[in-house]
Design a protein around this ligand. Structure first.
Ligand SMILES: Cc1cc2nc3c(=O)[nH]c(=O)nc-3n(C[C@H](O)[C@H](O)[C@H](O)COP(=O)(O)OP(=O)(O)OC[C@H]3O[C@@H](n4cnc5c(N)ncnc54)[C@H](O)[C@@H]3O)c2cc1C
Length: 488
């Protein structure tokens, strides 16, 4: 495992150039439970990026590529090292309203993209639960949406990209040109080079709204049944899970199905192609700033009211089911979590981790049930659970399986023993998943052990990825806390 840190490289020439100087900052994962101090630089152009890489080659040491920092764990942190934050390269270089193809710099966010495309009747093919993520971060992690089982992963909508490798070379990649690098850099968690431009296909929509239904699922098996039953014709499926429910109700939840409108079906919905009507409103009931909500949520977490909140949410699901289907803007359907700014602060001071195993279909009911029981017995019941359906994709370091994922958000205690017991529990749960042929997703990981790397991807794939790292980054310039943890 490479353990170089940058403590010895401060004061390199890069720090002396005011245009590209590194600043001391605190760089944490989104969950605030991992990360630490780092020297951060934000290039605004390919030339500046090239200059930073040149300085790094000269001065030595490692640098972590970072987008918006929405990965929950340590995928874009570099504790006591250097961080190359790509958010200032954020121009949409072109958008073709006829084809829906956008050429983006890597710091363009999902929000920037849909704001540009929706007026022409296009929406990104794949979006995450927050619109803050960048194109570079989305491609490097090959993110998935609530339609993964149907449209596949983010990478499947990337037509081509330009990658700056640590040597400073700009490599043009597509399915035809440099196909090996194309399929490895997408999903390659920032290990092979830095995306400098991405050509992205968006998808046609016929309305600014979706038809949405809430469906109550009485237990885990019912949730899985609904996913199987509806995946043939639903555009989006995602289930919220009450992971505090036990016994016969274990794994109960509320499935949300979202369907696109057919042409002409929702003439009133065309008005919602105005970006200002898609955006998540900043106030609750038009009055209370949503940024004030997290302290209330903090009380629920710290006063042990999470089980009650989950129960209330489950009960409210029956009312929603009765009033389904209803119409909702794309923004409101996809970016529920953005409704409450800084919601993750409810887990302060310890923060949170997300544990998201991907389990093959035939093992799912058994494995997911076991994991929920392990969390409950271990005294670390997640405050939030989300179930999705997936299908495999063609990218080298894929996290997808023909099966399901269950994301579990778990608060982290400041107490050292309790924190360690959570890490141990997650590592035990990982064993159950890996034994069943499951995978993990590095955007959501903070706990996996180095020994899991080859088990997640298989010996052959691991060898191929290491060979690509050796070819494109022989000096190991690109590192993160995650990559060192996994021994890449
Ligand atoms: C509230 C919330 C909801 C989420 N929901 C989902 C979801 O539904 N589905 C899903 O798949 N994910 C989801 N995520 C995770 C998120 O989509 C991924 O972590 C994504 O990679 C974050 O993008 P980012 O721009 O913040 O990148 P970062 O988190 O900063 O970095 C992610 C990775 O990309 C690399 N990277 C960044 N920029 C570049 C670049 N220019 N070139 C090469 N590598 C680069 C980094 O080194 C790192 O490995 C969610 C996250 C949050 C906070």
């Amino acid at each position: 495992m490479t353990t170089t840190t940058d403590r010895n490289t401060t004061g390199s020439a890069a720090s002396n150039n005011p245009a590209i100087s590194f600043q001391d900052e605190q760089v944490m994962g989104f969950g605030m439970s991992v990360g630490g101090p780092a020297k951060v630089v934000r290039p605004t152009s390919t030339e500046q990026l090239s200059e930073v890489f040149a300085q790094m080659r000269k001065g030595g040491g490692s640098v972590a590529l970072r987008g918006a920092g929405c990965s929950y764990g340590d995928a874009s942190t570099n504790n006591n090292g250097r961080v190359l934050d790509m958010t200032a390269m954020n121009r949409i270089l072109s958008f073709d309203p006829q084809t829906g193809v956008a050429m983006c710099e890597p710091g363009v966010t999902v929000r920037d993209l849909w704001r540009r495309s929706i007026g022409s009747g296009y929406w990104p093919r794949v979006v995450s639960g927050t619109m803050a993520v960048t194109m570079g971060g989305a491609a490097a992690m090959n993110i998935h949406g609530k339609n993964n089982y149907a449209l596949g992963s983010f990478g499947e909508g990337v037509r081509s990209f330009e990658l700056m490798t640590p040597s400073g070379e700009l490599v043009q990649c597509s399915r035809e040109k440099e196909p090996e690098l194309f399929h490895a850099a997408i999903s390659g968690f920032g290990m092979l080079g830095c995306f400098t431009k991405l050509e992205i296909q968006t998808k046609r929509v016929n309305s600014g709204r979706l038809r949405v239904s809430g469906i109550v699922a009485r237990d885990l098996e019912h949730n899985l049944e609904i996913l199987e039953e509806m995946c043939g014709d639903a555009d989006y499926l995602v289930s919220w899970l009450d992971l505090h429910a036990k016994g016969k109700s274990l794994g109960r939840g509320l499935m949300h199905r979202g369907d696109q409108m057919n042409p002409g079906e929702d003439p009133e919905g065309l008005r919602y192609c105005d970006p200002s009507l898609q955006d998540v409103p900043p106030n609750l009931f038009g009055v209370v700033p949503k940024s004030w909500l997290w302290p209330g949520m903090w009380c629920a977490v710290h006063m042990r009211q999470v089980a009650l909140v989950n129960w209330l949410k489950f009960k409210a699901g029956f009312r929603e089911e009765k009033h389904s289907p209803y119409l909702q803007t794309h923004g409101a359907f996809h970016f529920l979590l953005d409704y409450v700014p800084r919601w993750q602060w409810m887990t302060k001071p310890g923060g949170l981790i997300q544990f998201q195993p991907f389990v093959p279909k035939n093992e799912a009911a058994r494995v997911l049930r076991t994991l929920i029981e392990m969390c409950q017995k271990g005294g670390h019941a997640p405050y939030l659970g989300v179930l999705k359906k997936h299908k495999p994709d063609p990218f080298l370091m894929t996290h997808a399986v023909d099966g399901y994922s269950m994301a579990m958000d778990i608060p982290v205690s400041k107490n050292k023993n309790r924190r360690e017991s959570l890490w141990r529990l997650c590592q035990q749960m990982a064993e159950v998943v890996l034994d069943a042929g499951g995978r993990f997703y590095y955007a959501k990981d903070a706990v996996l052990l180095e020994s899991s790397f080859a088990r997640v991807h298989g010996e052959e794939t691991t060898k191929q990825f290491r060979a690509l790292k050796e070819k494109w980054d022989p000096e190991r310039m690109l590192q993160t806390d995650l990559s060192r943890r996994m021994g890449v």
